[in-house]
Write a protein that binds this ligand. Structure first.
Ligand SMILES: *Cc1c(COP(=O)(O)O)cnc(C)c1O
Length: 326
């Protein structure tokens, strides 16, 4: 296992990102505050470059490449936002990029990835092993693999979102973060440990894919089948080694949200806060609202992780057709 990154790595990442990533706004909503009886601070990474926090980790990782690595290029596997993030960071840093993507990835995400100039190879996510395919291609082309979450530079980069939130909002009592493979949550935990040591940190997963919750309860990584959920950014089967080690040490617990609760949050963000948030990005608010944690009277951070969703899909979901939820 690689060394576990520290808050110093998050600070170094913040310096590398300066002038490249947006410092995203921290949004407030009186309606949301009233709904939960708390003071909520929404860190809006749906306004990050390419529409999600993943630009932070990808840019941080790629900016550490040696000249030789830059020449040969980067390869990764991703169902969407890490692909776009890697493609954009690679374009900015003039590094060739090859992305291995499931063939059923959201159309907007695949198109955006190609649009940033990356080469895309597709596979069937219910049949093929993406790690094997990616390693083979990496070896053939001499490219450096930057995985979506289990990598120290990715974790440190994602943690810069929480660093900005704590710097702006001050101490928080609770912090809810969307959880897939755990890059975002573990990076945020590193920042919270340093800047708000009393803050209780919760990961929020789709109910259909609660491998993170099971893993923390069992004390070892639990692998599940590919979960069927509208939260396509959190369809991971297993936490990473590094991310699990940090989560075990620094995270209070993992709670879950149903697809219906995610849709409810999507509607809330659109109607009340005038924001388009993708289903996975709704996990944190849905978890704060329905996860069984009593946040009344508290100062609560909510990490909105991204806003990349096909508008047709968005319209279908918020129109409330429950037949289309799976
Ligand atoms: C990738 C992603 C997540 C999950 O992040 P992990 O680092 O894999 O836990 C959550 N929300 C969005 C929008 C994402 O793209």
């Amino acid at each position: 296992m690689q060394d576990i990154p520290t808050y110093a790595d998050v600070e170094a990442a913040a310096e590398r990102l300066q002038g490249h990533a947006h410092r995203t706004p921290v949004m407030r909503s009186r309606t949301a505050d009233a709904l939960l009886g708390a003071q909520l601070f929404f860190k809006a990474e749906n306004f990050q470059r390419m529409g999600a926090f993943k630009f932070r980790g990808a840019f941080n990782a790629l900016s550490r490449f040696t000249p030789e690595q830059r020449k040969r290029g980067v390869i990764t596997f991703s169902s969407g936002n890490h692909a776009q993030a890697t493609a954009l960071a690679a374009r900015i840093l003039e590094i060739p990029a090859l992305i291995v993507m499931p063939e059923d990835a959201p159309a907007a995400k695949a198109a955006a990835t190609r649009g940033y100039g990356a080469e895309v190879v597709t596979y069937n996510r219910y049949e093929a092993n993406r790690e094997e395919l990616t390693s083979r291609l990496a070896a053939e082309r001499g490219m450096t693999l930057i995985p979506p979450y289990d990598h120290a530079d990715i974790i440190a980069g994602q943690g810069t979102a929480a660093k900005e939130l704590f710097e702006e909002a001050g101490e928080l009592d609770y912090f809810f973060v969307c959880l897939g493979g755990g890059g975002l949550l573990s990076g945020c935990a590193l920042a919270a440990r340093a800047l708000a040591p009393n803050c209780k940190i919760y990961g929020v997963e789709p109910e259909a894919g609660d491998d993170g919750r099971q893993s923390l309860l069992k004390g070892e990584r639990v692998k599940i089948e590919v979960p069927r959920t509208i939260a396509d950014g959190a369809q991971t089967q297993e936490l990473g080694e590094l991310t699990f080690a940090i989560l075990q040490r620094d995270v209070t617990a993992v709670v879950t949200a149903t697809d219906a609760q995610l849709v409810e949050a999507m509607r809330f963000y659109a109607e009340r806060m005038k924001m388009v948030v993708e289903p996975t990005g709704c996990l944190s608010f849905a978890g704060a609202r329905h996860g069984g944690i009593d946040v009344r009277g508290a100062r609560v951070g909510i990490l909105i992780s991204g806003g990349n969703v096909d508008l047709t899909r968005f319209a279908e979901l918020v129109a409330g057709s429950s037949a289309r939820l799976s």
